[in-house]
Design a protein around this ligand. Structure first.
Ligand code: NAI
Ligand code: 15L
Length: 274
């Protein structure tokens, strides 16, 4: 007689930062499959309120003591929290640079061995759209925001070699319900593929610090995930079904960053405060 499979989930408690954001709301739900309790945190108010298997904790990532307390008793961290577009450096400094440092310090102090870090395609945004990249391509951050994600990836490498904390850095393309412009036909990551990617990033073994581009199985890809094959990430969606709709939109001029550079408009944002 076969033994019934165990109802045990792989993690007792997972911490999700940025849980009130666009992707956080999707992952609050998706992570329920992998943890008995999801601790959902953000600086912003969260809706809906805490579900049966959730703990909701308000926390500003810029404050170290708060982040240390936030990560107590968790088995792994999915770190999405922070500024998600280009802004003045000081804002990025607090939320993304200090914030991600605090996450790694919390992992070190609490003995947490796995972080899934929401990096971004803006770590390599200054490449032209006709060049294909992989995880070993030298970085070309395209803005302060991209720089902060690049620093996050450096933290991940450091904390792996120094303390054995493993990370999967997800260089997410454009994760929205649908692509919003022609560029996103190449960069789109569906929510279903995002949930699958985060699952693989949590469960794959011996990841060290793995960098993977978070992108669906789109027709015209700029990124090759050959160095992340061990994750077992097999995206199922494609932006192709939106092509006709996107091609109806006004085309950017040939010299517009949206038509030339992988990072699109982020490459020309700012400077702020001049
Ligand atoms: P979002 O802006 O909707 O969510 C980010 C969340 O972080 C917000 O709820 C915000 O309140 C929170 N946050 C900001 N500063 C904070 C602080 N100091 N302390 C605590 N929480 C703070 O962004 P989205 O789209 O959900 O993205 C999630 C993550 O994925 C972000 O790190 C973003 O940079 C990254 N990403 C997203 C992409 C996308 O296409 N959605 C593409 C590439 C990267
Ligand atoms: C990102 O990193 C942003 O968080 C997101 O809002 C999108 O703009 C995305 O990149 C993109 O490049 O489309």
């Amino acid at each position: 007689m076969s033994t019934p499979s165990s109802p045990q989930k792989p993690f007792n408690r997972l911490l999700l930062t940025g849980a009130a954001g666009g992707l956080g709301q999707i992952l609050r739900e998706a992570l329920q499959a992998h943890a008995t309790v999801v601790r959902a945190s953000d600086i912003s108010a969260m809706a809906p309120a805490a579900g049966e298997h959730e703990e909701v904790i308000s926390c500003n990532l810029a404050y170290k003591d708060g982040v240390l307390a936030l990560a107590a008793d968790v088995d792994a961290i999915v770190h999405l929290g922070g500024i998600s577009t280009e802004r003045a450096f000081e804002e990025i400094l607090d939320a993304n640079i200090r914030g991600t440092f605090h996450i790694y310090e919390a992992a070190r102090k609490h003995g947490i061995k796995r972080v899934v870090f929401a990096s971004s395609n803006h770590v390599t945004g200054f490449y032209p759209q006709d060049e294909q990249l992989d995880a070993h391509s030298p970085r070309r951050p395209d803005c302060y925001y991209g720089l902060s994600k690049s620093y996050g990836e450096d933290l991940a490498t450091f904390y792996y070699h120094r303390y054995g904390i493993e990370t999967v850095s997800l260089r997410i393309g454009s994760s929205f319900p649908e692509p919003r412009n022609l560029r996103m036909l190449s960069t789109w990551l569906s929510y279903a593929d995002l949930a699958h990617l985060v699952e693989r990033a949590l469960l794959a073994e011996n990841v060290g610090h793995t960098v993977v581009y978070g992108v669906s199985d789109n027709r015209d890809l700029w990124w090759n995930n050959r160095f992340a094959a061990h994750l077992g990430f097999n995206p199922q969606d494609s932006s192709e079904r939106f092509r006709a709709q996107m091609e109806q939109l006004p085309k950017p001029a040939a010299n517009d960053p949206n038509a030339r550079l992988q990072g699109g408009a982020f490459t020309a944002a700012g400077p702020f405060g001049d």
